[in-house]
Design a protein around this ligand. Structure first.
Ligand SMILES: [Zn+2]
Length: 190
């Protein structure tokens, strides 16, 4: 095989770039009960674990991006957030599925906990957490999507330059398939 510098560089780039499935947490992966932090109160949305497994099996990095202002408001701690996320991955492990990473914003301007009362740069719809994940996982944005249940999630996706898919209930797996079709359509247009 001829060793042409240009084409081998391209191969390296393609090898390194990952496609990613970004998910909002509350209202998307789990039923939103507002300021959830206890696993006892956690209920997966329809086909949520199947959606994560589908993404695992189809070569996506699965990344959760969530605003957790409950930390700033003093309703629960960062430790609680991390404990719940570990529990989610335990649940997924039983189905041979996993979330690769969780990015959360614990801040809020109206917080009561001084350390977190801040006009931070990370709270969605800022694209900061998504962009951090893209850097951490060498994400190819053009082949990735972001599924969330709010306008703020869609704004975050737009701000990050990633295809957004609004989840309006029903099967989360169906929503993933719809997002995939949207993404492949956009790539096809280029
Ligand atoms: Zn923040």
């Amino acid at each position: 095989m001829p060793n042409i510098a240009g084409s081998s560089m391209k191969a390296v780039t393609l090898f390194m770039a990952n496609k990613a499935a970004f998910f909002d947490r509350d209202g998307t992966l789990n039923v939103d009960i507002h300021y959830l932090y206890r696993s006892e109160d956690f209920v997966w949305t329809k086909d949520a674990t199947a959606a994560v497994k589908y993404c695992n099996d189809n070569g996506y990095k699965v990344i959760v991006v969530t605003n957790q202002s409950g930390v700033a408001r003093g309703y629960y701690t960062e430790e609680d957030v991390q404990r719940l996320h570990a529990w989610m991955n335990q649940e997924l492990a039983a189905e041979n599925a996993h979330i690769d990473a969780f990015y959360y914003c614990p801040h809020h301007t109206e917080g009561t906990v001084a350390a977190y009362k801040a006009a931070c740069g990370c709270r969605k719809p800022s694209p900061k957490m998504v962009n951090e994940a893209c850097a951490d996982f060498q994400v190819d944005k053009a082949r990735s999507f972001f599924i969330g249940d709010t306008a703020s999630d869609m704004q975050c996706a737009a701000n990050a330059g990633i295809c957004g898919q609004l989840f309006a209930g029903g099967s989360l797996l169906a929503s993933v398939r719809t997002a995939e079709i949207k993404v492949s359509g956009k790539i096809g247009e280029k």
